[in-house]
Design a protein around this ligand. Structure first.
Ligand SMILES: Nc1nc2c(ncn2[C@@H]2O[C@H](COP(=O)(O)OP(=O)(O)OP(=O)(O)O)[C@@H](O)[C@H]2O)c(=O)[nH]1
Length: 409
């Protein structure tokens, strides 16, 4: 950094140097036009500034957190961070593993890394005129709706268009089934081999709160690593969709052309959250049922409360088998993104999501603290059993535990 400053001072009289120096010194944003400076010079200077900012952000964080990290940990984090923002997949994978860790020291390190990535992110967004760097899309649907087949085709289409696509999963059910259902690489063989795609299965342990925390953090890490389209997949039958809707810019519901019984598991609340409904498998014999479902949902959505000032949820038909409707669906997604950006709703949504995220973290940690507190830990299974067998009311049991907890703290 000293070298940079010296070089700036020495050559300050030259117009290129003036442009360079002004930007290095201000570190606010590159100058828009400087008649005497060529475009290639500006580009080189801007990329230098980017590098400079990145360095600055590493050293700022290492100073701030010097007291909590050992030299070895700092080196490890710096290497991870540098590799991550250069787009190295191994570093991204390692960084996500770090945020998924339940080990307390590793969680502290993960928070430092996230802080570094967030600072980098903010700088990159400034360079992007304040616009978000990535488009976050939630994809949900009942088991067998055709989610993985769709993501495989859709993801390939996007990478061929030059995008970098990350697929993340929210699947707390994996904690009971012992393995992850979603984001499984074997379900998306082509996409998992694509160098511009990154597929991350859901962590195999954890509560919904824990899984959503790590997914939120994984989104940030993927964006820091240059992925500009983040697909967050979840099974549309539980609470996880509500959590996903709080992490993404747009929520897409995939529905199979099936009868009422198969769709009964879909909660009304989930349909209410959808910015777009896509009826899948609209091909061959399934085309007619797909049209029927489409018409039903067009009517149903009309009755729902409007969630956006500028966007009316729509229903489309797609087929991952024939490719029909996939490009149209992408165009709709882009239309949504552009509408929400222009109206300012997207930025507002992201800001309130940050708040929700903070409260989710507090909720998760407070609950964990409560459950493990010595004043209640041993009582919990006993009282739970009494509630289960009906000898104690849930309200009284909760009161007893809360009283024991508050007396001891
Ligand atoms: N005809 C037709 N079948 C499809 C299409 N997309 C998926 N399928 C079939 O639907 C079945 C389920 O597809 P998946 O992509 O595994 O569905 P999923 O929603 O990921 O299912 P889970 O892994 O259980 O969550 C498979 O047998 C697919 O071959 C399509 O566009 N047309």
């Amino acid at each position: 950094m000293q070298g940079i400053t010296l070089c700036c001072i020495k050559t300050i009289a030259h117009p290129v140097s003036r442009y360079f120096t002004r930007n290095i010194v201000s570190l606010v944003k590159p100058a828009q036009s400087l008649g005497t400076v060529s475009e290639s010079c500006k580009r080189k200077t801007d990329s230098f500034i980017k590098l400079f900012r990145t360095r600055l952000c590493i050293s700022a964080v290492t100073h701030q957190d010097a007291d909590i990290l050992t030299e070895k940990e700092k080196r490890l984090l710096n290497n991870l961070y540098t590799g991550l923002i250069r787009g190295q997949r191994a570093c991204l994978a390692e960084a996500i593993t770090l945020v998924e860790s339940t080990h307390s020291r590793k969680r502290e390190m993960a928070q430092v890394l996230l802080h570094m990535v967030l600072s980098h992110h903010r700088e990159q967004e400034k360079l992007n005129s304040g616009k978000p760097l990535a488009f976050r899309v939630g994809l949900s649907g009942p088991p067998g709706a055709g989610k993985s087949t769709f993501i495989e085709i859709f993801g390939k289409m996007l990478t061929e268009e030059g995008h970098k696509v990350a697929v993340l999963a929210v699947d707390p059910s994996s904690s009971t089934s012992g393995g992850s259902l979603l984001g499984d690489k074997t379900r998306m063989t082509e996409l998992s081999r694509d160098m511009n795609a990154y597929i991350r299965p859901s962590p195999t342990r954890g509560t919904l709160g824990g899984v959503t925390r790590t997914t939120n953090e994984a989104i940030l890490l993927c964006e820091g690593s240059g992925y500009n389209i983040i697909l967050v997949e979840t099974v549309g039958v539980g609470q996880s969709e509500f959590a996903v809707a709080d992490m993404v810019d747009m929520f897409v519901l995939l529905l199979p052309p099936a009868g009422g019984d198969e769709l009964q598991g879909i909660k009304r609340g989930i349909v209410e959250m959808a910015d777009l409904v896509a009826v899948t498998k609209a091909d061959g014999d399934l085309l007619i049922p797909a049209r029927k479902i489409q018409a039903e949902y067009v009517s149903a959505l009309k009755l729902l409360r409007k969630r956006s000032r500028t966007w009316k949820p729509q229903v489309m038909r797609i087929s991952a088998r024939t490719g029909e409707g996939i490009q149209e669906l992408w165009n709709k997604l882009l239309e949504f993104q552009s509408n929400m950006l222009t109206s300012g709703e997207l930025i507002g949504k992201r800001r309130s999501q940050q708040r929700v995220w903070m409260w989710n973290l507090i909720q998760e940690n407070v609950l964990l603290y409560f459950r493990n507190h010595p004043a209640v830990k041993d009582q919990i299974p006993v009282l739970e059993e009494r509630v289960r067998t009906g000898t104690l009311s849930p309200g009284l049991a909760a009161d007893m535990l809360l009283k024991a907890f508050s007396k001891s703290s």
